[in-house]
Design a binder for this molecule. Structure first.
Ligand code: ZN
Length: 362
């Protein structure tokens, strides 16, 4: 009898546990990572790029005239409406300057928040990853978007750009991203910054927005500032006035960060502590409302592209599954190369598919 009442008590405790308590115990990435659709609320950003969420996010369509969204199983095509239209505008500007079209990587989850895999940022719908590989001429299938690997622009085994792969269209793509008024930062590998510093002539002021960071040689990352209507959005510090080319700031990367590590003779006594996982209570309070809000439908919450006449190919999306996200391929994993699925117009950089590297953390 005592056992039965114990079981009963435990069952009741679970049944009537306040939702808030369950949430407090569950990593925020599980709660946000399992939401297939956005919160049906006015668009608003809550918190910071690495600790926050977004209400009323919209999805970039899977296909636009000048873009294709990749790794659809991740369901990370969501962002603030201003960011989604920035990506769309960028696709047109870059196309005019010879970039065949964007391959759009991760933006945010439908309600933002910490992700099941990968990034620390991308939590508030203001960050987007764009591949440094041009769109092929054909529309890729669902499976091709899952399995195609991006191509690094670095010379194999070095921290400098492979000049045979770098084109004017790459430079112009980054120029258009950096000169877009809503975009505050463009994150790239230091090798790309070095390449721009060495080759851009004339007005170089836009280079101040091109920020060197780890990784980011398979894709680059655009970051918007806080949009209007989001008083809860936490601003990032302004980028320095200097263009970052002539002030020696790149030296640190090449002299310190990339310098060969000296072998330590003593064994470390303590392991570095793993980073604590964010809980919902670590995020702004409004994020609890974002989590529990009703969902907007995919049709209503998909951005309407400028070119209404463009007819997208039909791609049937499978039902969203968090396990597919956990098992998905990073963009740099070995797989099909874009050139292998293209119909050979010669705009795809030639060369072997690079060996996978660790996903950048920043
Ligand atoms: Zn990113």
């Amino acid at each position: 009898m005592a056992n039965i009442s114990k079981i009963l008590c435990a069952t009741l405790a679970i049944t009537f546990l306040p939702v808030e308590f369950v949430n407090a115990q569950t990593p925020a990435k599980k709660l946000f990572g399992n939401k297939p659709l956005p919160a049906k609320l006015q668009p608003a950003v809550h918190g910071f790029y690495t600790k926050g969420c977004i209400a009323g996010a919209v999805a970039i369509p899977i296909d636009g005239p000048n873009w294709q969204a990749m790794r659809l199983s991740r369901n990370r095509r969501w962002g603030h409406p201003h960011l989604i239209s920035e990506v769309e505008k960028l696709s047109y500007k870059a196309k005019k300057d010879g970039w065949n079209g964007l391959l759009v990587g991760d933006i945010s989850q439908p309600r933002g928040g910490p992700m099941l895999t990968g990034h620390r940022s991308h939590q508030i719908g203001l960050d987007a990853d764009i591949w440094l590989t041009q769109m092929p001429n054909k529309r890729m299938t669902y499976n091709e978007r899952e399995n195609t690997s991006a191509i690094s622009v670095l010379k194999k085994g070095t921290n400098v750009v492979d000049k045979s792969r770098w084109t004017r269209a790459h430079t112009m793509l980054l120029y258009h991203a950096a000169t877009s008024p809503g975009i505050e930062r463009v994150l790239v590998h230091p090798g790309i910054k070095k390449q721009l510093c060495e080759t851009v002539k004339g007005n170089r002021q836009w280079l101040s927005k091109i920020r060197p960071t780890w990784g980011h040689h398979y894709h680059f990352h655009i970051r918007m500032g806080c949009p209007p209507g989001s008083p809860d959005c936490k601003k990032q510090g302004a980028t320095p006035k200097s263009n970052g080319c002539d002030d020696g700031s790149l030296d640190w990367w090449y002299n310190v960060a990339f310098a060969p590590k000296k072998k330590s003779t003593t064994k470390p006594t303590t392991k570095p502590k793993p980073r604590r996982e964010l809980g919902v209570r670590d995020l702004p309070q409004a994020c609890q409302g974002v989590l529990s809000a009703r969902s907007a439908s995919l049709e209503v919450a998909t951005h309407k592209p400028i070119a209404a006449a463009f007819v997208a190919p039909k791609i049937k999306l499978p039902r969203f599954s968090a396990s597919a996200v956990l098992n998905g391929k990073p963009i740099e994993a070995k797989g099909l190369s874009v050139s292998s699925i293209s119909n050979g117009t010669g705009f795809i950089p030639k060369g072997p598919v690079p060996v996978p590297t660790l996903r950048p953390v920043f």
